[in-house]
Write a protein that binds this ligand. Structure first.
Ligand SMILES: Nc1ncnc2c1ncn2[C@@H]1O[C@H](COP(=O)(O)OP(=O)(O)OP(=O)(O)O)[C@@H](O)[C@H]1O
Ligand SMILES: [Mg+2]
Length: 363
């Protein structure tokens, strides 16, 4: 964790970011709409959302490459909204790596220090140290085109870290890499985060990445933040239909909340948590791994009657498709544990779930 000495001599953590009602318009289109977010020093937070949801624009306003139409950006409680990028002390890794092609690895990484006019010897020491940290020590005199995508990405990370900024902004840093390498570098970035203790704001449209890496995730849609919470909360307690369907697979069941019970499409009573609202229409969300398809259960247990309509083997699990008597399609995901008898296509069964695994959304 980075510390800064205060006038009273005590140390405080640095690298806290606060966004206050940020708005960015391009002509009449609103790219970022009333975004507020507090990021604690040392926190790893992801901005997760589909293409065009305003992630890059938000990050560029934090970095200083875009000016908001209204709202503020604060770094450690200081208003930096109108400060030029090079005076913000934020490390930035762009959506494409943007290394200088005519410079070697060492020269690329030294660049921010040369801009800051550090003494030559100190530049050399710092560059060597950071390149060792990202395991690029042996490649210092290579040019970008002589390296793999993953290696180039590490150079970009080293270049953003070399001047020791309290905050690192990363925009889809693994976007161009294949799945295996993404997972490998994802772990490296996480380890690096633990080692250097810097605040990291990480933009991605990949939900697995966001859930696996972050302390908290901010889900964005159409320029707005829809929910900010821990990965587990985002997945288990989505705040609205967009978050429920964007993060992970989900069964959305149209229901009626009536006289203290949740009624399914055919009027059947369904397992669901207690709710506060008055009687109304709602949607019940159940994740496929929580959906049980039981051939022996009877309808009186609470659930939806129907048949298995399809199945897909996906290696470690099997996904069953279910069609209710009222025509509702549901998915159930079951781990392929050995010696377990699986239902077959056409089998009648009852789809059910534990009440605490369902979320009621009333938007
Ligand atoms: N310079 C610009 N001029 C006009 N519109 C822009 C500009 N930059 C972004 N936009 C628009 O603002 C919206 C948000 O764009 P942004 O780049 O922030 O999305 P994103 O979430 O980063 O998407 P992606 O995942 O595709 O990178 C989009 O509708 C985009 O077309
Ligand atoms: Mg983007």
């Amino acid at each position: 964790m980075l510390m800064k000495a205060t006038a009273s001599g005590t140390d405080v953590k640095t690298g806290g970011i606060a966004l206050r009602n940020l708005q960015k318009r391009y002509g009449s289109a609103i790219a970022v709409d009333d975004v507020s977010l507090s990021v604690s020093p040392g926190e790893f937070i992801s901005l997760l959302g589909p293409s065009g949801s305003g992630k890059t624009t938000t990050l560029m306003m934090i970095a200083g490459f875009e000016l908001p139409n209204s709202g503020q950006v604060l770094l450690d409680e200081k208003d930096i909204t109108r400060l030029p990028p090079h005076r913000r002390q934020l490390g930035v890794i762009f959506q494409n790596y943007a290394l200088f092609p005519h410079m070697t690895v060492a020269e690329n990484v030294a660049y921010p220090l040369r801009m800051r006019r550090l003494p030559k010897l100190e530049i050399e020491t710092r560059v060597r140290r950071i390149l060792d940290q990202v395991h690029l020590g042996p490649l210092t005199s290579r040019y970008p085109h002589q390296m793999s995508g993953g290696q180039q990405q590490r150079v970009a990370i080293a270049r953003a870290l070399v001047f020791d900024p309290p905050v690192l902004l990363l925009d889809e840093p693994l976007g161009a890499l294949d799945k295996k390498l993404r997972e490998h570098l994802r772990n490296e970035i996480k380890t690096l985060h633990k080692e250097v203790g810097k605040t990291m704001i990480y933009v991605t449209h990949d939900q697995d990445e966001a859930l696996a890496m972050s302390d908290r995730v901010a889900v964005m849609h159409e320029g707005r933040i829809r929910q900010v919470s821990t990965p587990m909360d985002i997945y288990r307690r989505p705040a609205d239909l967009f978050v429920a369907s964007f993060v992970g697979e989900v069964n959305l069941i149209p229901v009626k909340l009536k006289s203290g019970a949740v009624h399914g499409p055919a009027g059947e009573i369904l397992p669901a948590p207690a709710w506060q609202d008055a009687d109304r229409d709602a949607t019940l969300c159940v994740r496929p791994e929580h959906m049980r398809l039981d051939a022996t259960a009877s309808g009186s247990c609470g659930g939806i009657k129907g048949r298995i309509s399809g199945m897909t083997f996906v290696g470690d699990a099997t996904t069953f498709e279910f069609r209710s008597e009222a025509g509702l399609h549901l998915l159930s995901k079951v781990l392929n544990v050995s010696a377990k008898t699986m239902p077959e296509v056409g089998d009648p069964c009852l789809a059910s779930w534990a009440a605490h695994d369902a979320t009621i959304l009333t938007e």
